[in-house]
Structures are given as C-alpha cells and as structure tokens.
Design a protein around this ligand. Structure first.
Ligand code: OFO
Length: 173
C-alpha cells in the first residue's frame, strides 16, 4: 500500500513523463518540418520511450493498490531554431527529469517505502543513460561545427539510433 505522499509524488512523475513525451514529440515535429528527418525519427522514438516510462509508473501505482491519474498535458512550446537546439533542449530537459526522480527517491526514503525506492532504481539508471546520450550527441555536434556534409551523415545515422543504442556504444553517436 502506498502512502498518500508517495502516491501523489508518483502521479506528479507520471505527469512529468507524459509532458516529456509530448515535448519530445513537438521537437520531433520541428525537426521533421525543417528537413532533419533523421533527428525527427530519433525524437519520435524518444517520445515513445517517455510514454513507456509514464505507463510503467502507472502500472506500478495500480499494482500497489494506488490511484493512477491520466495527466492533462501542457501544450509544449518549442523555441529551438536549429538541430543543435533540439539536443540542447533534450539535455536540459533530461537534467530536470533527473532532479525530479532524485526528489521522488528522497520522498520514498522519508516515507520508509523501500519497495517504491527499489522500483525507482530503474529510473535512476535510465536517467544516467539518457543524460550521457544527450551529452555524447552534443559533443559530436560540437565537433561537426558548420560542416554540412558532417550534418548530412549525422542526420542519416541518427535515424537508426535510440538513446539505449547510443549509450551502449559509449562515445559513438
Ligand atoms: Fe523518462 O526518461 Fe528521461 O526523461
């Protein structure tokens, strides 16, 4: 049985994962509309991943006899002007999610909820992976600079990648 405090914190995280999914969908649309079809594919997949994170939390809340809430989404505002901006936003957003997951883990400990604490370790690892991936991609982008041919290959190659495959490949994006 979840405490009310943990149940609310989990529902807040459900909302954040849902908003992340929507935000990445908006970034994918921006990339798609601006000729970066590979970047768009990568971000569409990232959006699906975030939806999966939301569902995993919902199922956990229900499994613990809590009430999972389907969140109302905030309309995403996209201010990026370049493909580099897409990945800068991805990185910034992932840092905010990590902070939120860490707070959630802290709440579980303060409530002596070691079961939820254990469940959340999957998210702790996932955030580590996603932050590293976004950082790796940004490093590659820095190396490419304004080299149009490098961007062409980058866009082509990133289409087939996912956050997990980039992370598994270590420094290779
Ligand atoms: Fe939900 O994994 Fe990052 O944001």
């Amino acid at each position: 049985m979840l405490s009310k405090k943990v149940e609310k914190a989990l529902n807040d995280q459900i909302k954040m994962e849902g908003n992340s999914s929507n935000y990445y969908l908006a970034l994918a649309c921006w990339a798609d509309m601006n000729g970066f079809s590979g970047v768009a594919d990568f971000m569409y997949k990232q959006s699906d991943e975030e939806r999966f994170h939301m569902l995993k939390l919902m199922k956990y809340v229900i499994e613990r006899d809590g009430g999972a809430k389907v969140p109302a989404y905030d309309e995403p505002t996209v201010n990026v002007k370049t493909a580099t901006g897409v990945f800068q936003d991805l990185y910034k957003h992932e840092l905010a999610v990590t902070e939120s997951i860490n707070k959630l883990v802290g709440i579980c400990l303060s409530e002596n909820d070691y079961t939820t604490h254990n469940f959340l370790q999957w998210y702790v690892s996932e955030q580590l992976e996603e932050e590293a991936t976004a950082k790796t991609i940004l490093d590659k982008i820095k190396l490419m600079g304004d080299d149009k041919s490098a961007w062409y290959h980058f866009d082509r190659d990133i289409a087939g990648l996912t956050v997990t495959s980039v992370a598994d490949a270590g420094a290779g994006a």
